[in-house]
Design a binder for this molecule. Structure first.
Ligand SMILES: O=C(O)C1=C[C@@H](OP(=O)(O)O)[C@@H](O)[C@H](O)C1
Ligand SMILES: C=C(OP(=O)(O)O)C(=O)O
Length: 432
């Protein structure tokens, strides 16, 4: 059920300390790796967002025992060879990560499975994963030769490949690595631009050996994963909404603890620094499998920046809210090389530009990004989320500075990645 939400935040500031929920990418992977390994894996700080719950649901249908108690999750598996062939279709909801990584995992089993998701997933390109997996010997069938869900997979024997990534995508890389775990030989992946490396880090955590050097990943097939404990840090992509809110809402001072600051994810921190934000980042644990930090942000005088090149994959999911940030910065912000935004939950270039224009922002779309002239005073209006959690949250942060109320058509979609988002907004407003 979708629900409209009217936001009327007048003369408020945001103050206080919050703990953003667990990282979505790492939460997905913790369940996947725990299900592949034999034994009991325990996860702490798991994200109870709908996308990660879809991943849990898929593995339960494969016979893996998964218990959820608050944000603690226990996965008990007899190992990938003991999974059962599901009688039902595996439903991946709104989650591209679940769909693409499962495709890689399931290709190397002996099972017949079918993956499908919601209307948005049904439009997202899957050949970017199916094609390299087919080079490994995977048997995948689907609409338009495997481009779109539903996708049927007949598990088969796989051979390693040496693959040069045509796009910077951690989902493609991870699907190949997870198939590579079951393949004969050494899988080699060559990345021109580094994408998030949670899969590589977690493979090591589960006892595998993986070599990463100068954008080249080498990974020997046939390794067994060992069940372990996974500590999921706070999601920097969720923290991003409050980093921007703290910078643009007058008289604000927000602290977030335990935020994951893996360098392949922390592009937004570099952008905030470049734009002159009042920001401090104190590393908590540099040696953890995934490093964390306490981050403080205060109201800032911002200047425009150019955002392009190899930083793009390190902040791709943050671009909608960075665009909002740029509407409050002095000068012209240019975002380039971000055409991947067109194949997310919705076309995020069109969605961001349309919705921010409705509020009076001076923003235009380009083929691979957007151009924003700031600063501009935003007014209220009726905004669409397009069923995309990141667009919904961008609209909600805009409401914190808009001169009149903003109504968001379908705000429920925010629970895909940040179910407690509005509780955190209320908590920070209380202290103002
Ligand atoms: O691997 C992951 O967990 C993700 C990778 C990124 O997608 P791409 O691989 O399509 O760039 C990102 O946008 C998505 O939110 C999560
Ligand atoms: C693109 C996203 O996720 P996914 O690809 O897993 O749907 C996102 O969370 O912004």
């Amino acid at each position: 059920m979708s629900s409209a939400k009217k936001l009327d935040y007048k003369n408020t500031s945001l103050n206080g300390t919050i703990l953003v929920p667990g990282d979505k990418s790492i939460s997905h992977r913790s369940v996947m790796f725990g299900a592949i390994a034999q034994g009991k894996t325990t996860v702490e700080g798991f994200l109870l967002g709908e996308d990660c719950l879809s991943t849990i649901d898929c593995f339960r249908k494969l016979g893996v025992e998964i218990k959820v108690e608050g944000t603690n999750v226990t996965i008990e598996s007899k190992g990938i060879d003991e999974w059962v062939e599901p009688k039902e279709i595996l439903y991946t909801g709104n989650s591209g990560t679940t769909t693409r990584l499962m495709l890689g995992i399931l290709s190397g089993t002996t099972l017949h499975t079918i993956l499908t998701g919601d209307a948005s997933i049904g439009k997202r390109p899957m050949r970017r994963v199916a094609d390299p997996l087919r080079l490994m010997g995977a048997k995948i069938a689907g609409r338009e030769n495997g481009q779109y869900t539903p996708l049927a997979i007949q598990g088969s024997k796989l051979q390693a490949i040496d693959y040069t990534m045509p796009v910077a995508s951690a989902q493609v890389k991870s699907a190949i690595l997870l198939a590579g775990l079951r393949a004969e030989g050494t899988t080699v992946i060559r990345e021109k631009e580094v994408s998030r490396d949670h899969t590589e880090r977690m493979l090591k955590q589960f006892g595998a050996t993986i070599d990463v050097e100068g954008g080249v990943i080498s990974f020997e097939g046939g390794q067994q994963l060992q069940a372990t404990h996974v500590n999921v840090p706070g999601d920097i992509s969720s923290a991003a909404f409050f980093l921007v809110a703290g910078a643009i809402v007058p008289n604000s001072d927000i602290t977030m603890k335990n935020v994951g600051v893996n360098p392949t994810r922390s592009g937004i921190i570099e952008v905030l620094e470049k734009m002159g934000a009042n920001l401090s980042v104190v590393i908590e644990d540099e040696n953890a499998a995934e490093p964390t930090a306490t981050i403080n942000i205060r109201t800032s005088d911002l200047k425009a920046a150019t955002i392009e090149g190899d930083i793009i994959p390190r902040l791709i999911d943050e671009i909608p809210v960075i665009a909002l940030l740029a509407t409050q910065a002095d000068g012209t912000t240019v975002i380039r090389n971000a055409e991947e935004l067109k194949v997310k939950e919705t076309d995020r270039i069109t969605a961001v530009v349309n919705e921010l224009q409705k509020l009076g922002a001076n923003i235009e779309a380009t083929d691979d990004g957007m151009i924003i002239h700031g600063p501009s005073r935003l007014h209220g209006g009726n905004l669409q989320s397009y069923g995309d959690h990141r667009i919904g949250m961008m609209a909600a942060v805009a409401a914190l500075i808009a001169s009149s109320p903003i109504e968001i058509d379908d705000a429920d979609c925010i629970s895909v990645s940040y179910p407690t988002f509005f509780e955190h907004v209320e908590e920070l407003l209380k202290n103002s």
